[in-house]
Design a protein around this ligand. Structure first.
Ligand code: MN3
Length: 205
C-alpha cells in the first residue's frame, strides 16, 4: 500500500513563500488522489508488492494500455509529490554539502548557475509538468523537464530525481496566479539542500 510522505511541518509553515491553502489543497487533495488511484492501478496490475521506482521503470510490462497509463500518471503523481513535499522545510539549508556540492560546481559551475538553468527549464515547460535535478549511481547529475506526471524514471534516463520543481498550476495558481517565475523564486527559498544532499547520497554507489 502506497502512502503519502508525512509532512514534518504544518501547512502554514512555508508562508509566505508557499501559502497554507495551496499546501493543504496540493497535499490533501491532489497528492491524496494520485496516491489512491496509484494503489488501485497497482492492484489491477498485480504490482502491490513492488516499489514505485520499479513500477515506473517497468511500465512496458503492463499489457492493458489503460492500466499502464493509470500507473504512469498516478504512480508518477504519487512519487513526484512525495519527493516535492519531502524536500521542503521552514528552516532550509540553502546550500548542498559534500560530494553533491562538488559535483554541482564541476557540472554547472556554481549553485547559482544550476538554479538559473533549472529555473529556465521549469519556466519553459509548456503546460503542466516538472523540472528535475537527477543523479545516477555513478554520481553524475543532470537537469531535465517532463510533461504531466512523467519523470526521469518513467522516461528511462537511468537517473533518479533528487530535487523536484512542480510547475503544474495547482502548485502555485492560488497565490501566484500566472506568475510561474515568482513561484519558482519563492520555492527555492524553502528547498532544503540538506535533504537534496541526502537524496543524492542515497543514490550514489
Ligand atoms: Mn503537484
Amino acid at each position: 500500500m502506497f502512502t503519502q510522505v508525512k509532512l514534518p511541518y504544518a501547512f502554514a509553515a512555508l508562508e509566505p513563500h508557499i501559502d497554507a491553502l495551496t499546501m493543504e489543497t496540493h497535499y490533501g487533495k491532489h497528492h491524496a488522489s494520485y496516491t489512491a488511484n496509484f494503489n488501485k492501478a497497482a492492484e489491477m496490475a498485480g504490482f502491490q508488492d513492488k516499489d514505485a521506482v520499479w513500477i515506473l521503470s517497468n511500465l512496458d510490462s503492463v499489457s492493458d494500455p489503460a492500466v499502464r497509463t493509470a500507473l504512469k500518471n498516478n504512480g508518477g503523481g504519487y512519487y513526484n509529490h512525495n519527493l516535492y513535499f519531502s524536500q521542503l522545510s521552514p528552516n532550509p539549508a540553502h546550500e548542498p554539502a559534500g560530494q553533491l556540492a562538488e559535483k554541482i560546481n564541476s557540472t554547472f559551475g556554481s549553485l547559482e548557475n544550476l538554479k538559473a538553468e533549472l529555473t529556465k527549464l521549469a519556466s519553459g515547460q509548456f503546460g503542466s509538468g516538472w523540472a528535475w535535478l537527477a543523479a545516477n549511481a555513478n554520481g553524475d547529475i543532470m537537469i531535465s523537464a517532463s510533461p504531466n506526471q512523467d519523470n526521469p524514471i518513467s522516461e528511462k534516463t537511468g537517473y533518479i530525481p533528487i530535487l523536484a520543481l512542480d510547475v503544474w498550476e495547482h502548485a502555485y495558481y492560488l497565490k501566484y496566479k500566472n506568475l510561474r517565475g515568482d513561484y519558482l523564486k519563492s520555492l527555492f527559498e524553502v528547498i532544503d539542500w540538506n535533504i537534496i544532499t541526502e537524496n543524492y547520497n542515497a543514490i550514489i554507489k
